[in-house]
Design a protein around this ligand. Structure first.
Ligand SMILES: *Cc1c(COP(=O)(O)O)cnc(C)c1O
Length: 380
């Protein structure tokens, strides 16, 4: 995990923003699989001034990790004890009803952001009048501070859609300006990474960027085209090489059977690490600077790669294997892996399990390191 890349991606995002717009780095889901705390620190170093998570446990992880002074948005649906815990961590919570305001008051108060649902159809109220009432009621509540108003876009990542994104933006802009007229210090925020990169009119006072912070492309394309640099490399090594005669097979269900003499390399990474079973026979890795085809079924702890003619194998024993990253002139992105299993880059990195040791560096210089837990995969 290259923390310098996260820092540069934040600086890159900041360069898109006007002077009055802050960058909130979204580090929910353990920093999209990258590690919430190291990612948060790197993002702050890159110019982010807010952090965002989804739940109270994630908020506490950042606070206990030493990030005590940073404004922190807890964006998920919270109630009861979890709402209290989020507020106790100094998190700023999202509300859209008077009932929720009551819960915030009962928990001892704190900062709230009122959410208008302009079309996402999840959290927030669709009723503009109701949203305004909640803002006013919150302002009148002892111990409650209305820090912001917000919305979330449903189609910002779909460049083919103009109409729906524009209608959400229009609805929110009108409401936000009414609310700002009543309370000029309100922080107005709407944009995720996609909206940040596609339309400066969506920036307002703050943008909430997740996927782009990690150097992935919110549109599922090549992140390099937008000056984003993937922070994550997923690597392992060749644990065994197996010469195969025609008719010999590799893996569960014999889904790979050698047609001619060939060699198979065994890589100790599997779906137990988050290397999805859907990548069976459907993905490449890099070994010694070259692409090789994954063959056979991906099992829990390993999978196999065909490396070619029989004599090629022994030289490859112990070689590094890049599952996501760059080697030689070749590159495999999270976007490529996602496309192969018909999902999005977000799900690929979020899905990497705790079994994979996260190793941190800054452009190759070791940063903080987690204790070694596995001989298998290592995400750098
Ligand atoms: C996750 C999330 C974001 C960040 O989205 P990205 O597409 O990763 O930039 C922003 N806002 C809300 C409300 C979110 O839940």
């Amino acid at each position: 995990m290259n923390l310098a890349a996260i820092q540069r991606n934040c600086a890159r995002l900041r360069s898109e923003l006007g002077d009055g717009t802050q960058l909130c780095a979204v580090v929910k889901a353990d920093g999209y699989g990258h590690g919430a705390l190291p990612a948060a620190r790197a993002a702050l170093a890159g110019g982010a001034s807010w952090l965002a998570v989804a739940d109270a446990a994630e908020a506490w992880e950042l606070r206990e990790g030493g990030l005590s002074g940073t404004r922190l948005l807890v964006m998920g649906a919270l109630h009861g004890a979890e709402l209290g815990a989020a507020l106790a961590a100094g998190g700023e919570v999202i509300v859209w009803s008077e009932r929720q305001l009551g819960e915030v008051r009962a928990a001892g108060g704190g900062r709230v952001h009122v959410k208008l649902d302009t079309g996402m159809g999840r959290l927030g109220t669709r009723d503009v009048q109701e949203a305004s009432r909640v803002v006013r009621a919150a302002r009148a509540s002892e111990g409650v501070e209305v820090a912001g108003v917000m919305t979330h876009f449903a189609t910002a990542d779909d460049l083919a859609d103009e109409g729906f994104f524009a209608s959400q933006l229009q609805l929110f802009s009108e409401w936000a300006s009414t609310m700002r007229a009543e309370q000029p210090d309100l922080l107005v925020h709407a944009a995720n990474s996609a909206a940040t990169l596609r339309d400066p009119r969506a920036h307002f006072g703050m943008v909430r960027c997740g996927v782009a912070v990690y150097g992935m492309d919110p549109f599922g394309r090549d992140p390099a085209a937008r000056g984003l640099e993937p922070a994550l490399e997923l690597s392992s090594h060749v644990a065994e090489v197996k010469p195969c005669e025609p008719g010999q097979s590799a893996g569960y269900g014999r889904r790979f059977v050698a047609e001619g003499p060939t060699t198979v390399a065994v890589v100790p990474v599997g779906y137990g690490d988050g290397w999805r079973r859907g990548l069976s026979g459907n993905g490449d890795v890099l070994i010694a600077g070259r692409r090789h085809r994954g063959v056979g079924t991906i099992s829990m702890d390993s999978f196999t790669v065909e490396v070619g003619p029989q004599d090629a194998g022994e030289r490859l024993r112990g070689e590094r294997v890049i599952l996501i990253g760059i080697q030689g002139g070749e590159r495999i992105t999270a976007e490529e892996v996602a496309e192969r299993v018909q999902t999005i880059n977000y799900e690929i990195t979020c899905g990497l399990t705790a079994r994979i040791p996260r190793v941190y560096h800054r452009d190759g210089t070791p940063a903080q390191q987690s204790p070694p837990r596995s001989e298998g995969a290592g995400a750098l």
